[in-house]
Structures are given as C-alpha cells and as structure tokens.
Design a protein around this ligand. Structure first.
Ligand SMILES: Nc1nc2c(ncn2[C@@H]2O[C@H](COP(=O)(O)OP(=O)(O)OP(=O)(O)O)[C@@H](O)[C@H]2O)c(=O)[nH]1
Length: 413
C-alpha cells in the first residue's frame, strides 16, 4: 500500500495529471480491499472529479463503480445501486474489460438481494452469466464460481431452496472440475519439476564426468610430459655420449698423428709405416712400396748448410704429396733423407710416371735456391705375402742398395 501511496505522490508531482490516474486507481482499489472504506471513498471521489473535469469515460465508469463497492461494504445498498447505475451509463463508451461488467452485475445483484429485490438480483446474476459465456478468459472459471455462488445465495435468501440447491450443485461440480484441473496442473508441475530435477541431475553427472575426464586428461598429459622428458634425457645422454666419443676419438687421432708424424715435413714416420704394414698384412690386402733417398745429401748439407737442406726435404715432401694420391698412398719419411711411399694398390702401374713428376717438381722448386741439381734414387718393392720383418729388411736393403749403386742408378734424376 505504501508503494501505491508513493506512486500517487509521484503522480501528483508530475504536471500531467492524466498520467497519474492509473496510479490513483490502484491506490483506491487497495484501500478498498484493505477495508479502509473512508479513505477509499475519498480516493474514488478525488478521482471522480478529475474524470468528470477531463471527460474520461473509463474513469467515469470505474469511479462510481468503486464508490458503489464502498457503499456496499458500508451496507448502504440504495446508495450503492445509484453508483452502480451511474457506472452502467458509461459501460458502453468506456473501454473496459468485460470482467468489470461481470463484477458490476454481481455487485448490483448483491445490493438488490440485500434489499430483498430477488428478481432484480437474479436478473443481474443471469446477465453476469451471459457475459461470462460470451467472454473467453482463463479467469472465467473463477468468475463463474463467484457468480453461481452468488446466485445460490440470492435464491437461498429468497427461500427458493430447490433452485438454490441446483445452483449449488453446479457450483460444486465446477469446484470439483477446478480441483481436478488444479490437480492436473499440480501433477504437471510436479512432473515438470521432476523432469527439471532429472535434467539438473544429468547435468551434474555430466559435469562430474567432465571433471573426471579433465583429471584423466591432465594425468595423461603429465604422463606424456614425463615420457617426453625421459626421451629428451635419453636423447641428451646419447648425444652427449656421441660428442664425448667424437672428441675422445679426435684426441686419440691427434695423439696418434702427433706421434706418427715427422715434424719437419709433416709426413708420416717409420712407426706409422710399421703399423700400417702390420695391419695390411693381417688383412691380406695387396700393396707395393717405393723407397726414395736423396743422392749425396751429406755433401749438399755441407755445401749449402742444414737450413737449405731442411727446405729441400720439405720441397721434396710437397712434390711427393702433389704427385701421389694422398687418399690412397701413404708417404713416409723413414729416416734423414730416406722416404717410403706405400701404394695401397698392389700394381706399381703409374709409379714411374709419378716419380718422374716428383723429379720435375723438385727441380723447379730447388732451382732458385741452389746451383746443384738435387737427385734421388728409387726402388719398387712388391708385396708377395712376405712377413713384416722380411719387408723391413727389404726396405733397408733397398736404401743400402741405393748407396751402393748411387753412381750408376738408373733412377738418378
Ligand atoms: N738438412 C738436413 N739434413 C739431414 C737431415 N737428416 C739427415 N740429414 C743429413 O743427411 C745426410 C745423410 O748422409 P748419408 O747417410 O751419408 O747419405 P748421403 O750423403 O746422401 O749419401 P748417399 O745416400 O750414399 O748418397 C747426413 O749428412 C745427415 O746429416 C735433416 O733433417 N735435415
């Protein structure tokens, strides 16, 4: 009710009084329902003045109708009937809900009944019933019940007991029907509620399932990450081992090379030659050897000095590297001015030509350094499955043979 008062106050603040009328109308209705009859009467009277002033048919209908209800409640039946009649004057021009007309008829019937004017009362009730019949509304059942009950009351009051009983019977049927409908509605509501609950339950189960799946997925992802981590550790370990192995091998190789190489010429040394020969013999691989030593190198050193002698040795090594196939042939400085070329191919084919190239290159390289021509002796030794010792003796003999026949060597350049 306080809200209705607030609405009315706000409406009064507004300059447009017509906009405030619905709020006023609601306030009047609430006052009446609360049985604050005096206030309700004042409220309706105020509204009535406005409706007349502005010629508003709806309110011209509603105000006397409301004032009639107040009079009815005050048991001022004649006054009430006057108001109701006034309202009825506007019912065709006012755009009102048929429900209001039904209520108006019933109120008229109540007043007539109270004044013992049974026939008029019944007329109004029947009018109301006709209106209900023509008016299709979900509220019809309620209005019908109210009207039937009123009719039964009127009849009972007029001592038309049999007719009253019939109307009561109709009223009771309607009540039962209503009860059944209510039951059906309740059942339907219960069913809907049950279905909604089931739906909620299914949703909750689905949520739970989803949560479980999420947990499982996380577990799987963790396992996957763990597996990946293991794989990564494995790869890193293998990779580290490979790097370690590679560097160790490189170190070993460089160590082997360091101890296998002659520092002056960069050629392999005698130790390396022995190892290679040992391996080739063990593997039953075919090969041939070429021995090469410089002719009268002592005299050369004495004449030009050791530094020049060193340079000649380097130039000879370079000439041999250029003339022989580095990938297949192994060039070794086996002693001071003694060299061995190990040709991995068993046939000595092409060796003579290569030695000739070495001779030419050495000549070219030493020409600007010294006046004398640097010469060397060579001999080819073929591998015929003799042992290592025999081979080494053969090499030694070849060098000694060079010395012995140095003067008449065929290979002297
Ligand atoms: N400059 C230089 N000379 C060396 C080197 N190694 C050895 N010699 C010298 O080579 C000479 C070898 O002398 P010999 O064994 O008599 O040989 P040769 O003088 O060539 O005599 P034949 O072989 O009989 O012709 C020696 O004088 C050594 O000092 C070296 O690294 N540098």
């Amino acid at each position: 009710m306080s809200l209705a008062y607030q609405a009315d106050s706000l409406a009064k603040l507004s300059n447009n009084i017509l906009d405030g009328l619905p709020a006023k109308y609601n306030l009047c209705m609430i006052l009446l329902r609360k049985e604050l009859l005096h206030e309700a009467q004042e409220c309706y009277s105020e509204m009535k003045d406005v409706s007349v002033q502005f010629d508003l048919p709806r309110y011209k209908f509603w105000n006397p109708s409301g004032l009639g209800k107040v009079a009815l409640a005050n048991k001022e039946y004649k006054k009430a009937l006057n108001y109701f009649e006034e309202a009825q004057l506007y019912e065709n021009t006012a755009i009102v809900n048929p429900a209001h007309l039904i209520v108006l008829r019933n109120n008229q019937a109540k007043a007539y009944s109270a004044l013992q004017q049974t026939n008029r009362a019944l007329d109004r009730v029947d009018d109301a019933l006709k209106l209900i019949e023509s008016y299709h509304s979900p509220l019809n059942n309620r209005y019908l019940r109210q009207t039937l009950r009123l009719k039964a009351n009127v009849l009972e009051k007029a001592k038309f007991f049999e007719r009253a009983a019939n109307v009561y019977a109709q009223y009771i049927d309607l009540l039962e029907e209503t009860e059944l409908e209510t039951k059906a509605i309740l059942e339907q509501e219960a069913k809907s509620f049950y279905e909604a609950e089931q739906h909620k339950l299914q949703l909750a189960l689905a949520d739970q399932k989803l949560a479980t799946q999420e947990v499982e997925l996380k577990k799987l992802q963790q396992e996957k990450s763990l597996t990946l981590a293991y794989i990564l550790v494995f790869i890193v370990t293998v990779f580290s081992a490979l790097i370690f192995w590679y560097f160790q091998r490189q170190f070993r190789l460089s160590k082997v090379q360091y101890f296998s190489k002659d520092p002056l010429t960069g050629l392999f040394n005698r130790l390396y030659l022995h190892n290679r020969l040992e391996k080739l013999i063990a593997d039953h691989k075919g090969f041939c050897l070429v021995t090469l030593d410089l002719y009268e190198f002592k005299k050369f050193n004495d004449k030009y000095g050791y530094l020049v002698g060193d340079e000649v040795l380097r130039q000879l090594a370079a000439a041999m590297k250029e003339s022989f196939r580095e990938s297949q042939d192994i060039i070794v400085r086996s002693g001071g001015e003694e060299f061995v070329i190990l040709c991995v191919s068993p046939s000595a084919e092409g060796v003579e030509a290569r030695l000739d190239t070495v001779k030419q290159k050495l000549l070219l390289k030493t020409k600007q350094m010294v006046d004398d021509e640097v010469k060397f002796n060579t001999k080819v030794i073929r591998y015929t499955h003799q042992g290592l010792t025999t081979l080494l003796v053969q090499i030694d003999n070849a060098f000694r043979g060079h010395s012995n026949r140095k003067q008449k060597s065929q290979n002297v350049a």
